[in-house]
Design a protein around this ligand. Sequence first.
Ligand SMILES: NC(=O)c1ccc[n+]([C@@H]2O[C@H](COP(=O)([O-])OP(=O)(O)OC[C@H]3O[C@@H](n4cnc5c(N)ncnc54)[C@H](O)[C@@H]3O)[C@@H](O)[C@H]2O)c1
Length: 249
Amino acid sequence: MRLKDKVAIVTGSGRGIGEGIVLRFAEEGAKIIVNDVNELDAKNVVDKIKASGGQAVAVIGSVADRSVVQKMVDTAVKEFGTLDIIINNAGITRDVILHKMTDEQWDSVIAVNLTGVFYGIQCAARVMREKGYGKIINVSSTSALGNAGQLNYSATKAGVIGMTKTAAKELGPKNVNVNAIAPGMIWTDMMKNMPPEQIKQMDAMLPFIVPLNRKGSPQDIANLALFLASDESSFITGQIIFCDGGMKM
Ligand SMILES: NC(=O)c1ccc[n+]([C@@H]2O[C@H](COP(=O)([O-])OP(=O)(O)OC[C@H]3O[C@@H](n4cnc5c(N)ncnc54)[C@H](O)[C@@H]3O)[C@@H](O)[C@H]2O)c1
């Protein structure tokens, strides 16, 4: 077991990539804090983990609320005695072309994808610094490099790269690794909720823009997160690893 008795928080893990990560981590022996704004989804994931013999607790609420993020860390320490890993995964899109973007669309994406990651890094780092051990993994996106219709989202995902590198420099001396995963097209509700026209166009383009000629799955991201959360990656920090079938090589 690659994460035996490690304690991990995964934000936004009620479905999609986050769910894929927690199910994989639980298989490898980790004890999990499942967080989501959707209570039913989070509780279902906790039940799945427990049904296969694992340990998990749900903390419901938004990563944009500092007190919720602090509660995740406090719950990890209270229920499982420590915190080893945090995956700052929760993210939202409010896609719209630049000249039509409202302040609400801008502010909501910044609050979850950027401020939420800041809270996650900071609250976890306070425990990890003291402990002299920790793995922080942030979820960025290939959209950090620019994507029409995603000015707000791209700004946050590029911001996540800056925060990852800065936190890696500050926390390296405390034996805390900080890395980011930049997924490409991953087939989750985030993509499935795109307008059908857009999905059709994307599928037609796939062989020309993705060398591996397929969309990714939550398991593809979970396998990379597992490597970064395990001690197999102990000499890697401050890196942004693209998991995108070669789309942005
Ligand atoms: N799917 C993709 O193609 C893709 C590509 C690049 C990056 N990403 C990133 O991967 C991460 C996960 O995406 P996904 O595809 O699984 O999305 P998803 O929409 O399928 O799942 C996101 C989960 O986060 C939860 N969530 C939303 N806002 C939250 C908040 N404020 N606090 C806590 N939980 C919240 C949702 O309820 C949902 O369960 C996101 O950061 C996303 O930006 C996804």
